[in-house]
Write a protein that binds this ligand. Structure first.
Ligand code: WTA
Length: 645
């Protein structure tokens, strides 16, 4: 329990867009008059045909579906660009801060961004891309990533961004799953002074897929990369060959906007599908109100565009709101742990949005790296991706924000499109470690294991009982999996996969995943994915992977591996397997610990008892619970004796 409360600063209570009274009134109305509330909010978008319908969703199996504003017509790039041209064409849309502090930043105005987006849209058309086609983006953190996203939306193509840290195998799987003919990539990315071989990875992925016939390559480092004649084109060349004129394609509100692969508790990553109007409204409204964004503010979301946070809060939310959004190519602690705060000073950043893992890593380096900067421009601090421990929260508040800046701890998911539970800086007293209260239209509930709804102060599984505009619409190519994954566990509700506590003030405290998803440095990872990668190795018979508490990463990856008969459990093989997983999935999936074991703890029906594996990984071997139902209880002693610490 944590009883610390930070009241809303008076100036915020007086000046913020949402104060406590407004929050209470609008929240109540968003539930009692959902249609009226949402049709009114929808007016903040620019429509070709405004919608007359709001929510037509149902979570029940019989008439299951998620639909919002279905009779409306609009275009996302027109909302993010064209509508701003008359009033803020010369305003900077994107500030780009390069990896190296010695290289020159770029400032791209709305007019310039509009021109590049139109050109790239014409390039895509010339490559034969049509409305509804999928375009894979495998790009570093460069403005061309935003250009590529918006160019897709301009012609109604569906983008699928694959994080640049994913391996050729992971990339190939994602290209194949959505049958994408075209990839936009870069020669190399730059991160923390190192080059990331993006084009080489695309070449390797291309060997594994059959659908790919065009690759557009942005030259970032000028590195020498082989170009395949007929398939590969340099971005600068194709951009120079097309016209600037590309009218936005009218899109139906429910046409798919993008898909983004994310890890679940079972099987391969699923393509989360977001559609046009509901997603854009959710991203822009949450960006506007949760960050209390004001005209002229410089907003910095320090995520990668490869994750949903980058989609919603580097690109779509800020640009729909006519904001200036900062995009940073590098990593938080390079060349020194002061870099983030130096970038804040350099560009006079007003709101910064980070993952707790970055804060913990920087906090460990001591306060001096923060104190040597001014940070006077900061008004508000945000966090996302994992629960923030109160110690890191306080450090963020006191040291980084000098006690002046409210912190918005925003809970949400790839599936939700944008913030779901979060403080409003002018309305919500803060409690370190709590994501606090629901956003407008969000109705969270807690249920016990049997699905019984828990009232008042309670702890249980977090479900959402009604749809909201930013909700995902389906799993790409597998609508049944969408229903089964999220709506079958507690019928009639969307199950988040998170555990949660609600305190006596109605504040929500996310306790972490209750399924087999782990959260490593704010990145979602399915334990099943790491297991599949391990068993692909010829020495491995069986593998089980669990998360364990990790000081910096939040959770680390602990792998238990049973070898094939005749294989020796050597340190060399251990290192090989760790490297193998990195190669199969990418560096973010690198196991932190790998233990060889002659057997895994299984029930008589053959089910692996993960509870026991988690306890051993945590080092909590005194409370393993009942092991008598195991087929062979003696494996537990061996697991404990050979624990890797
Ligand atoms: C976790 C990232 C606690 C949670 C936007 C969720 C959080 C998963 C928070 C989604 C937070 C995200 N406090 N936990 N403020 N934000 N999570 O899809 O477990 O990458 O289910 O979306 O991250 O991760 P995803």
């Amino acid at each position: 329990m944590n009883d610390e409360i930070y009241p809303v600063p008076t100036s915020w209570a007086q000046e913020a867009k949402i104060d406590a009274a407004r929050y209470a009134a609008d929240y109540a109305r968003s539930l009692s008059d959902s249609s009226g509330y949402w049709l009114e909010q929808a007016k903040t978008l620019n429509w070709i045909t405004p919608p007359t319908l709001a929510d037509e969703s149902s979570f029940a199996e019989a008439d299951f579906g998620v639909r919002w504003f279905a009779d409306g017509v609009l275009n996302v790039s027109a909302n993010c660009l064209d509508r701003h041209l008359a009033t803020r064409g010369d305003q900077v849309a994107i500030i780009w801060e390069p990896d190296s502090p010695d290289a020159a930043p770029r400032h791209i105005t709305y007019a310039e961004l509009h021109a590049d987006v139109c050109r790239l849209a014409n390039v895509l058309k010339a490559q034969g891309v049509r409305k509804g086609d999928r375009v894979t983006l495998y790009l570093p953190m460069i403005p061309e990533a935003a250009v590529a996203m918006l160019a897709c939306t301009r012609i109604g193509a569906i983008h699928s961004i694959v994080f640049g840290g994913f391996s050729p195998d992971a990339l190939a799987g994602r290209i194949t799953d959505c049958d994408s003919r075209i990839v936009i990539t870069a020669d190399e990315g730059r991160r923390g002074g190192k080059a990331v071989p993006l084009k080489a990875n695309v070449d390797a992925a291309a060997e594994l897929v059959t659908c790919l016939d065009a690759v557009i390559v942005v030259q970032v480092t000028g590195g020498d990369v082989p170009m395949k004649t007929g398939r590969d084109h340099y971005y600068a060349d194709v951009m120079a060959a097309v016209s600037l004129d590309c009218p936005p394609e009218p899109m139906s509100a429910e046409d798919p906007l993008f898909l983004l692969y994310t890890s679940g508790s079972t099987g391969k990553p699923k393509g989360v599908v977001h559609t046009t109007a509901g997603y854009l409204l959710w991203a822009s409204l949450t960006h506007n109100l949760v960050f209390d964004y004001r005209d002229g503010d410089i907003f910095w979301c320090a995520a990668d565009v490869g994750w949903v946070t980058g989609h919603s809060y580097i690109v779509y939310g800020p640009l729909a709101n006519g904001a200036t959004t900062l995009m940073y190519e590098g990593v938080p602690n390079w060349p020194t742990p002061a870099r983030i705060w130096e970038v804040v000073d350099k560009h006079k950043v007003n709101q910064i949005y980070l993952a707790p893992t970055a804060l913990r890593a920087l906090m460990r380096e001591g306060d001096s790296f923060v104190m040597q900067t001014s940070r006077a421009s900061l008004k508000l601090l945000g966090t996302v991706g994992e629960p923030i421990n109160p110690e890191a929260w306080r450090w963020y508040h006191e040291v980084v924000g000098q006690g002046r800046c409210p912190i918005v701890d925003t809970w949400w998911q790839t599936e939700t499109g944008g913030h779901m539970i979060s403080p409003f800086p002018g309305a919500t007293a803060l409690k370190p470690g709590s994501a606090t209260v629901p956003f407008f239209g969000v109705e969270p509930k807690l249920v016990d294991a049997d699905g019984k709804i828990l009232e008042g102060a309670a702890e249980g599984n977090l479900v959402i009982t009604r749809s909201w505009p930013g909700q995902m619409r389906t799993v790409w190519g597998d609508h049944e999996r969408f229903f089964q994954t999220y709506f079958s566990t507690y019928p009639g509700t969307y199950f988040t996969g998170d555990g949660c506590r609600r305190d006596g003030d109605g504040y929500y405290w996310i306790t972490g995943r209750v399924d087999d998803v782990i959260n490593v440095s704010g990145h979602r990872m399915g334990t099943a994915e790491v297991e599949s990668a391990l068993v692909l190795h010829r020495s491995v018979a069986e593998a089980a992977v669990v998360g364990f508490p990790h000081d910096i990463k939040g959770q680390g990856i602990y792998a238990y591996v049973t070898l094939n008969v005749g294989e020796e459990p050597t340190d060399e093989l251990r290192q090989k397997l760790v490297k193998w997983v990195r190669m199969e999935i990418g560096p973010i999936a690198t196991p932190d610990a790998l233990q060889f074991t002659p057997g895994l703890p299984k029930t008589r029906s053959g089910k692996i008892m993960r509870r026991i594996l988690r306890k051993i990984a945590e080092g909590d071997v005194s409370s393993l619970g009942d092991t008598s139902t195991l087929a062979d209880p003696s494996v537990v002693d061996d697991l404990i004796a050979n624990r890797v610490s």
